[in-house]
Design a protein around this ligand. Sequence first.
Ligand code: ARG
Length: 572
Amino acid sequence: MTILQLINERVQAALSAAGAPDAPAVIQPASKPEFGDYQANGVMGAAKALKTNPRELAQKVVAALDLQGIADKVEIAGPGFINIHLAPEYLARRSETALKDARLGITPVAPQRVMVEYSSPNLAKEMHVGHLRSSIIGDALARVMEFLGHDVVRANHVGDWGTQFGMLTAYLVEIRQAGDNALELSDLETFYRNAKVRFDESEEFADRARDYVVRLQGGDAEVLKLWEQFVDISLKHCEAVYQKLNVGLKREHVRGESAYNDDLPVIVEELRAAGLLSESDGAEVVFLEEFRTQDDEPMGVIIRKKDGGFLYTTTDLGAVRYRHKVLNLDRVIYVVDARQSQHFAQMFSICRKAGFAPESMKLEHIGFGVMMGDDGKPFKTRSGGTVKLIELLDEAEERAYALVSEKNPELSDAEKREIAAAVGIGAVKYADLSKNRMSDYIFNWDTMLAFEGNTAPYLQYAYTRVQSVFRKAENVDANAPIVITEPAEKHLAAALAQFEDTLLSVAEGCYPHYLSNYLYQIATLFSRFYEACPILKSEGEVRASRLQLAALTGKTLKTGLDLLGIKVLETM
Ligand code: ARG
């Protein structure tokens, strides 16, 4: 049981004993050391419901509260708050257990089959900064859920189908006919732009492009072959980005929009059979009562256009249906820009009504805000273009390289490169993962690369500091008992004991910043402990115990950063 679950259970029992069995225990880590380690603040609500005096009820709860061996002080603060101070011996035993366990004492959860769908770029263009957030937030969530023991299925729902492929194919055929045999796709961006120019300038070219779309959808072997080349080259670009980003998406996780092509007519028939389909201006539409237009009419979601073409939503319906029927998932998490929230809400609603997903399969749109430039506008190049993601990551490494070279000129170039990669990429990822995903944030190189504050370099540095203690320490007893006497030791141990609860809350609400903030707290408390409690200069049991706390700190930081997809270094 996690520490929060344990305290919760005991407070719940005490509430029952005090005559308030229906009141939920509300327990939180205390916000200030003077409030102890945990605070129970459900007593107020319970007293209100029972129409009794909160202080009296709190007294009864405290009298009934059995935290023997767990807390050494329980006190009433304010009218209905109960402050719980954990016993140092309890924290010491818990830390020892965590240290001996490869999972740091974290019990595997009852596993669910969870799909994390993330990154999902539209192919035939290179990934740009707009793809960063989904890729790294999704990856962190997949890692955390996997670590907790869930059966995680990663999915990259790439946009590999649709009219732009007709345009690209038409252009490819055209330049080849003009004698240009080089498949000038090394620069996808330019290729795409040139094709678009042709599409816009020539009606005749546009017609050919549309014809290719029809042939592609009809399964024409020649056109399919060209399409496959585009997809393959685009995915190679994506894979280079994932590799650099340390994002665990591979070819096997790709199941793009094209995979559902054959299901789309079936979707239409099933929607019709369910009585959900109406005709409107020649298109087939599902009207949703719970979504209203500006004129307060039910909103229509187009499933099939007048010309027979299907839409983004139709494909998504096909994907949900597949995820239920074939993959039998318990939970599907879509890590996609918050601006698509209406699309997901409507799509989920249609799925429920049509029976594509039973209520037992949870569907969640995990949205996120926009990454802004220093000017407070969406991040762009100086000339206003979109920034290629690979170039942004290269720049991160270059900037980190310059910093490392300045700090540690004595290192070899290979060492500097290795540190620069971990620090540069780590900084970009952490700057994002440390913010509430729902808010927009300003991308700023100097802040994210700073060695102080809530940044990746600060946490990576904290980890190397722990490691350097162990490089200097001789005869470390990995089984030494932990003895907690100093406040700095206790605060550190109490925070270390919250790792499991933190991960559970990350997985529940899909908020990676809970983990980032937690790790920052650990690094800060370690730093205070390091200053207040000499490790190597102390002796005997005290030294051995402090080394143990340092060891657990190091393991927690490393595991936690790894779950965010951020690398640590032994020295930097
Ligand atoms: N390819 C889409 C885009 O770039 C994102 C896909 C999100 N996933 C989904 N199942 N709709 O906007």
